[in-house]
Design a protein around this ligand. Structure first.
Ligand code: ATP
Ligand code: MG
Length: 211
């Protein structure tokens, strides 16, 4: 990937747009420490991820970063509530707290009544909302969402963007890859990628002095 410099502030909601293959998913993977850059640095809270020991990096990925992947990655053997509470349970949050947090998160994405359902018995859009609930449950500070509204009808898509906006107004930072300009309009700024490079007007990107 070419030189992309961006800084994401606390509470900021940024959209990444660009054609298929332009590097949106790659940028999200690098920001979430799910992949390592061949060049350049990724700083989280001022710390270069490359300087962290693997165990610390694993903690960061689990506790600090929530991801919604293009293919959701839900566990088919767990119901919706269990899928959402799993990251908290792995982080040794007491079971009753993890369950309550998972139910609250499912309520926020409009799936409060379907918490006991298994992924295979839900629609694509419902599965997507479980993945979104799982990504922000608990005390995450960075949410990375790869086309989180892709499988959703326009009303539900807008509803998810409004929720992301609320979460960011409450202090979360998020990067959302999207092809949908009206969803990008919920964001503080839009980064346009083309062939792995930043394109777009200087006003819409932070191209200097950042992490
Ligand atoms: N692990 C990898 N190793 C090498 N090249 C990769 C790898 N993953 C993706 N690529 C390539 O990097 C480029 C950017 O891919 P990426 O998945 O980031 O695009 P994208 O903008 O998310 O596209 P889409 O809109 O289709 O999801 C593509 O040319 C892709 O083939
Ligand atoms: Mg992609």
């Amino acid at each position: 990937m070419g030189p992309v410099t961006m800084t994401l502030r606390r509470g900021e909601l940024a959209a990444v747009m660009g054609p298929s293959g332009s590097g949106k998913s790659t940028l999200l993977s690098l920001a979430g420490a799910l992949d390592q850059p061949t060049e350049g640095q990724v700083l989280v809270g001022g710390i270069d991820l490359a300087s962290l020991r693997p165990a610390v990096l694993a903690d960061l990925r689990r506790r600090t970063v929530g991801s919604v992947f293009q293919d959701f990655n839900l566990l088919p053997g767990l119901n919706a509530r269990e899928n959402v509470s799993l990251p908290l349970e792995l982080d040794r949050v007491p079971l009753h707290e993890a369950r309550a947090a998972a139910e609250a998160a499912l309520g926020r994405v409009g799936l409060g009544d379907l918490a006991h359902r298994f992924p295979d018995d839900l629609s694509g859009g419902e599965r997507q909302r479980i993945a979104i609930a799982r990504a922000f449950v608990g005390t995450k500070s960075l949410l990375l969402a790869d086309e989180p509204t892709g499988a959703l009808d326009s009303v539900t898509g807008e509803r998810i963007m409004r929720l992301l906006r609320e979460l960011c107004d409450a202090g979360l930072s998020a990067i959302v890859a999207t092809h949908n300009a009206s969803h990008a309009a919920w964001c503080d700024r839009v980064l346009y990628l083309k062939d792995g490079q930043l394109a777009g007007s200087p006003d819409s990107v932070s191209a200097a002095g950042g992490a």
